[in-house]
Design a protein. Structure first.
Length: 353
């Protein structure tokens, strides 16, 4: 009987040792996997940074890589400009983006953002995390990392998952390295974006200019079967400037362009073609689909007026709409529309050609 007990104790001891070795191996391989994931993201991140694509796309590409490599349910990169946050990339549903955009100000993460320290939150068992929108999305794991560059806070990166312990394999050391490198990436990409905006954007309206139209938009319309072009001419603007002063013309133009941005969905492309002519490019959208929106814009534009010495002044507007195909030459099609507009007598009307 004593021998049996001794043998049993030896077997139990061996099993405990084997279990410990196995758990140690699992922990080691998890750490290796986490380190490899971080290294993969860093390698691909610097490939993106050196690539010849627009800055906005670079941040979106990085976010897609993070989701893929870490197998994360959600990932969000939100940038802080010193006044407000802007989500630059996310796969969180649109309904919840307003809750996520400034999550760094939530009590769960505020101190971490201020102190440049990452934070890993996990909800065990049936529990879920309690910050804004986490409950609705059933989030059980969240990895929050503030983004800094040279001591300046640039925003944050947030990974989320509905699985418990989703980011256990990510080591603190590798996370710290990745976080620092994301800071370098964001600083460079934001700098590129500022240069792109200065080069491609009309200062008065914030719309794109012709350089952007012919260098970038052509590529976007080539990816879809059809697109719509909307040419808007504020034909009375030169006369308003001459008779009432440029300040009145500028005020009316600003009202008109603001209304345009408020009325037409933001996924379309707004271009200041000349001083008084504007083009909206709607990739993947037919003229029939966008026509109602443009009609509503023209109707509301009639109420945008300036009072000059007791007299109300408003813009006269001519609008042409035209469908193009993916192989169409945008410059050639817009030139046709401009030629048609030169002979157009009617104002405050829409024509489809």
């Amino acid at each position: 009987m004593g021998i049996l007990i001794v043998i049993l104790l030896i077997v139990i001891t061996v099993l405990i040792i084997l279990l410990y070795i196995k758990l140690t191996q699992i922990k080691y391989y998890k750490a290796v996997a986490g380190n490899m994931a971080a290294m993969t993201v860093m390698q691909r991140m610097f490939e993106i940074m050196a690539s010849n694509i627009p800055a906005k796309k670079k941040i979106e590409e990085l976010n897609n890589i993070i989701i893929d490599v870490f197998d994360s349910k959600y990932s969000t990169i939100s940038i802080y400009d010193g006044t407000e946050y802007e989500v630059k990339a996310t796969n969180v549903e649109n309904t919840y983006i307003d809750s996520i955009v400034s999550i760094a100000e939530d009590n769960d993460f505020k101190a971490n953002a201020q102190n440049n320290v990452s934070k890993y939150l996990v909800a065990a068992g049936p529990r879920i995390l309690g910050y804004k929108s986490a409950a609705e999305r059933k989030i059980k794991s969240a990895m929050f990392s503030p983004i800094y560059y040279n001591g300046t806070y640039l925003g944050f990166w947030l990974m989320e998952d509905i699985a418990e312990d989703a980011y256990e394999s990510v080591s603190k050391d590798e996370l710290a390295k990745l976080k620092d490198n994301i800071g370098v990436f964001i600083e460079n990409v934001v700098g590129q974006e500022n240069l792109e905006n200065a080069y491609n954007t009309d200062k008065q309206t914030g719309f794109y200019n012709n350089i952007y139209l012919y260098s970038n938009v052509r590529h976007q319309t080539s990816l879809v079967d059809i697109s719509s072009l909307v040419l808007i001419s504020f034909s009375g603007l030169p006369n308003i400037n001459e008779e009432n002063g440029r300040s009145v013309g500028d005020a009316l133009l600003l009202k008109a362009t603001r209304l345009l941005k408020e009325t037409v969905p933001e996924e379309n492309i707004f271009v200041r073609y000349t001083g008084s002519r504007f083009v909206i490019v709607c990739p993947g959208v037919s003229v029939e689909t966008i026509h109602g929106t443009i009609e509503r814009y023209l109707s509301n534009l009639n109420y945008q007026r300036e009072n000059v010495d007791g007299k109300e002044v408003k813009l006269d507007t001519q609008i042409l709409m035209h469908t193009i195909k993916k192989q169409s030459n945008i410059e050639k099609e817009i030139n046709k529309m401009n030629a048609y507009l030169e002979g157009m007598k009617e104002v405050n009307t829409i024509k489809i050609i």
